[in-house]
Ligand binder design. Structure first.
Ligand SMILES: [Zn+2]
Length: 553
């Protein structure tokens, strides 16, 4: 069906009592409007109601997201939707009838001479039904945003806004960090700062027609943090929004959505070879382009289809052996975490066993152990030095070599490396017996540490193709017939010298070609005097251990 020029968007979370009236009202205003509603899996049946309405009303489009993914990401999704479907203008508003649909034509009229228009409660002629503390907080928030970010409008925090889609396609929406309510002032700051024509019209804002306000205390704290971050970037004059919108050419690996935003830009190493893919790789300044899906929240590299088997099979990692005490302590900790959930002395398979340090521990606990490992060197080490049954190659290549009734299957820091992790989860069921336990550790991108570190997050590397969230992992496990029974933080131990190596690799000024770099000299000296037997625990919550049960197909 061909699209109109104007898209009206709203996001819903439990708006069953309002959305019917709102959507009918909006679409009755003009035949030239289409409407998009993004529902975050409302518990009150809003999603089902929207499906019925969209069957009845042809210009109503609905996107269902699997869970609450944030108001900011819903609005970013609307922006991408408007761009991809060729709309000329986009209007966004709340779904709770606090914004009057009759104001939409006035917003669009004002947009004819501007790139962005917001409905304004606080300009002359505007009004707001808030009373008491809500009124004071709203006014203070608007004052602070105007003052700290230098925006010359009376309203900076409402969602009732109109955009020229040409402007939206010329700016980098992926650079907007906010995922919640602060999205509104951050995006306005971006348009204002880039010199787009921003205007406002007076509106009357009704207090919520039904239900309670959904702004939590955490959301308020996040907004204050984001406001200060933007204020500092303004003071420093940082150009944070200069890149244009980047059109994604692929679909989400998980939900097949085309609405993907670049979360991390590509940084390319001069040379990519087998050393890039070894466990102790220090290649922290190189990573593929990473997308985040606005419909399901998965983060994944744009090159997930690239075949890396050759690199992994050629890995030789002598450095790893030097750090055996730290690795063994980490694996002992992992073993202790999964021990309450696994029967003693059963059959255990490790996928991606590397040099076999974990298998050695499991064998000490009377497990009959087997491993598969693509690195020829690492699997040989496990066989020859530790006398372990480790088969070279991937799980797929070894299917015919493996038993079909393992009690436990483990994968430590493996799922983020695979081209097709869902296929792997499914293949495991050919070797794991019903009732058996699957344990693995993997990255969690929905954590404070990667959010604060941004593109300097140490696990953003060429070898990592998938960056999960707990919610996504729960969904993938459920789809693959696993019952998630426990999720816990993983604690990694590292030696002082390894920590220094990591810091050296992460620092922007520690370029290899600067031979007389003082930083490298000082850290090198520290390394030479560092005590060898001290192991430092690291647990920021950005690596999680999942313990799951396979209940049979
Ligand atoms: Zn997705």
């Amino acid at each position: 069906m061909s699209r109109n020029n104007t898209l009206i968007f709203t996001a819903t979370l439990n708006e069953k009592d309002n959305i019917d009236l709102l959507s009918r009202k909006i679409l009755s205003l003009s035949d030239g409007y289409d409407m998009l509603v993004v529902d975050d899996n409302s518990a009150d049946g809003t999603g089902q109601l929207l499906d019925r309405l969209s069957e009845e009303i042809p210009r109503l489009y609905v996107i269902h997201r699997p869970r609450k993914l944030g108001l900011g990401t819903a609005h970013k999704l609307a922006i991408l939707y408007a761009i991809k479907n060729g709309y000329k203008t986009l209007v966004t508003m709340d779904a709770d009838l606090s914004h009057n649909p009759d104001d939409i034509p006035r917003l669009l009229e004002e947009l004819e001479n501007n790139d962005f228009v917001t409905g304004s409660r606080y300009m002359p002629g505007g009004s707001c039904e808030y009373v008491g503390s809500r009124k004071i907080i709203s006014k203070i928030a608007n004052f602070l945003v105007r003052f700290l970010l230098g925006i010359k409008l009376h309203e900076c925090t409402t969602s009732f806004r109109a955009f020229s889609v040409k402007m939206l396609s010329d700016v980098a929406s992926n650079k907007i960090h906010s995922e919640g309510y602060s999205f509104f002032f951050e995006s306005l700051f971006m348009y204002h700062r880039l010199g787009y024509k921003c205007s406002e019209i007076p509106i009357h804002f009704k207090d919520r027609a039904t239900g309670k306000s959904k702004i939590s205390k955490t959301e308020v704290i996040k907004s204050i943090y984001n406001l200060l971050f933007l204020f500092i970037s303004r003071i420093l004059g940082k150009s944070i929004y200069v890149a244009p919108h980047i059109e994604s050419l692929i679909l989400c690996y998980n939900c097949k959505s085309p609405y993907l935003l670049e979360r991390f830009a590509e940084k390319t190493a001069k040379v990519i070879n087998k050393d890039t893919y070894k466990c102790t790789s220090m290649n922290h300044k190189s990573n593929p382009q990473v997308y985040s899906c606005l419909e399901c929240g998965l983060h994944f590299a744009s090159n997930i289809t690239k075949n890396l088997t050759e690199y992994y099979s050629g890995v030789i990692d002598l450095e790893y052996l030097k750090h055996k005490p730290a690795r063994v302590k980490t694996f002992n900790e992992n073993f202790n975490k999964i021990a309450p959930y696994i029967s003693k002395g059963g059959k255990l398979l490790e996928i991606g066993a590397y040099c076999g340090f974990f298998l050695e521990i499991a064998r000490e606990h009377n497990f009959s152990v087997t491993g598969v490992e693509p690195s020829i060197w690492a699997s040989q080490y496990a066989k020859d030095t530790l006398n372990l049954d480790v088969k070279v190659g991937t799980l797929d290549e070894n299917m015919h070599n493996l038993d079909k009734d393992y009690d436990v299957v483990v994968l430590w820091d493996v799922l983020e490396h695979l081209n097709d992790p869902v296929a792997c989860l499914s293949q495991i069921q050919n070797v794991l017996k019903p009732g058996g336990v699957l344990c693995f550790s993997t990255l969690d991108v929905d954590n404070w540490f990667p959010k604060i570190m941004g593109s300097h997050w140490p696990w953003l590397m060429d070898m990592h193709l998938f960056y999960y969230t707990r919610a996504i992992m729960e969904q993938l496990l459920k789809q693959s017939n696993y019952e998630m029974i426990e999720v816990t933080d993983c604690c990694h131990y590292i030696s002082v010298s390894y920590l220094i190596d990591k810091i050296q690799a992460l620092m922007p000024f520690s370029n290899d070609y600067i031979n007389d770099n003082i930083f490298l000299k000082v850290t090198g000296l520290l390394k030479s005097v560092a005590p060898k037997n001290i192991l430092i625990p690291f647990s920021f919550g950005d690596i999680k251990i999942y313990i799951c049960r396979y209940n049979g197909s």
